[in-house]
Design a protein around this ligand. Structure first.
Ligand code: DAH
Length: 342
């Protein structure tokens, strides 16, 4: 009996060795291990028969069973380690990363040149103590015209090519109505900049139905034209570089008196005369003047106490001069090849 049992233990070793070699996965190996070493496995089955042996025989079976167990455990663990390694190698092979491949470029957006220039203009005035105000794109006749001393029959209305939405509502033709809204809201002293979108029924190489302006104005006691000159000179030097000459030409705007148009020395030819400046050496960049007393009356400021200056400029025009862009419409076509250059 003892010898039969020991023989079957020896047979298990061979059987297990063969089965283990066939095992192709860790799960399969675990199945085989349970079949031999599990609670209801083959080795346990043999040990259950210990009761039929004599007292001298029992330790011999025990010894042989332990030795078999050790042997089996070792081959299972060796095969397990081998399978784990193979699996890892396979995984590494299939997941291999080619570090020599070029990276994928993530296309990044950038600010529109009109936005950039608008921000640059605003930034130029911040150190001079200006704050920023905004107004609505849809305006009433009062803010866009009437309060700015442009009555119904005034010829200046024709210059503006207004998009009317109704008798009373329109798309603002300039940022000047923000002057009125701000003065209604606050008392002087005021130093305000108002960038924004404006609309005019006009379209050619130098006009688009929608464009941008920056309005600026100062109201206080004893504001002078000399201060206007100083502020605009600082602004022009910040945007176009130190030493660029300015020229004030007498002009007319209903909301300023006296009024001026401001030219800068041509940034293309430096004043020599070229196609861009039409051989004059000068480029017009903005309108300005001392705020008309009629405007102060419209907002309830006393023109005998307060004076002020105002100016307004086209953002696209400044951007065109700064970057040497010939066609205004480029700004609004959203051609990536154009926009990528900024
Ligand atoms: N609002 C004028 C326009 O759109 C520009 C302008 C001129 C604004 C003179 C001003 C100014 O504030 O003083 O043509």
């Amino acid at each position: 009996m003892l010898n039969d049992l020991i023989d079957s233990l020896t047979a298990f070793k061979h059987e297990a060795e063969e089965a283990v070699l066939q095992a192709g996965s860790e799960q399969e190996l675990e199945g085989i291990r349970v079949a031999f070493l599990g609670k209801k496995g083959k080795v346990s089955d043999v040990l259950k028969k210990v009761g039929s042996l004599t007292n001298e025989e029992r330790p011999r079976l025990g010894q042989s069973a332990n030795e078999t167990k050790r042997f089996l455990e070792e081959i299972f663990s060796k095969r397990g380690a081998h399978l784990a390694l193979t699996l890892k190698e396979k995984k590494l092979q299939s997941e291999r990363v080619d570090l020599t491949l070029p990276g994928r470029r993530i296309p990044t957006g950038s600010l529109h040149p009109v936005t950039t220039v608008c921000e640059e203009i605003t930034k130029a005035f911040i150190p001079l103590g200006f704050t920023v105000e905004e107004g609505p794109d849809i305006e009433t006749d009062f803010y866009n015209f009437e309060a700015l001393n442009i009555p119904k029959d005034h010829p200046a209305r024709e210059m503006q090519d207004t998009f009317y939405l109704s008798e009373n509502f329109l798309l603002r033709t300039h940022t000047s109505p923000v002057q009125i809204r701000t003065m209604e809201k606050y008392s002087p002293p005021l130093r305000v900049l108002a960038p924004g979108t404006v609309y005019r029924c006009d379209s050619d190489v130098t006009h688009t139905p929608m464009f941008h302006q920056v309005e600026g104005f100062v109201v206080d006691k004893k504001v002078t034209f000399a201060q206007l000159k100083g502020v605009l000179t600082t602004f022009v030097e910040t945007i176009f570089g130190a030493g660029v000459q300015l020229r004030f030409r007498p002009s007319f705007f209903p909301f300023t008196e006296p009024s001026a148009e401001v030219d800068i020395q041509c940034v293309i030819c430096g004043g020599e005369g070229c196609r861009v400046c039409k051989s004059t050496g000068w480029l017009e960049i903005l309108g300005a003047g001392m705020i008309d007393p009629e405007v102060f009356k419209a907002v309830g400021y006393d023109p005998d106490v307060y004076s002020g200056f105002a100016f307004g400029m086209g953002v696209e025009r400044i951007a065109m001069l700064k970057y040497g862009i010939k066609d205004l419409r480029m700004f609004f076509e959203n051609d990536v090849r154009f926009l990528e250059q900024f």
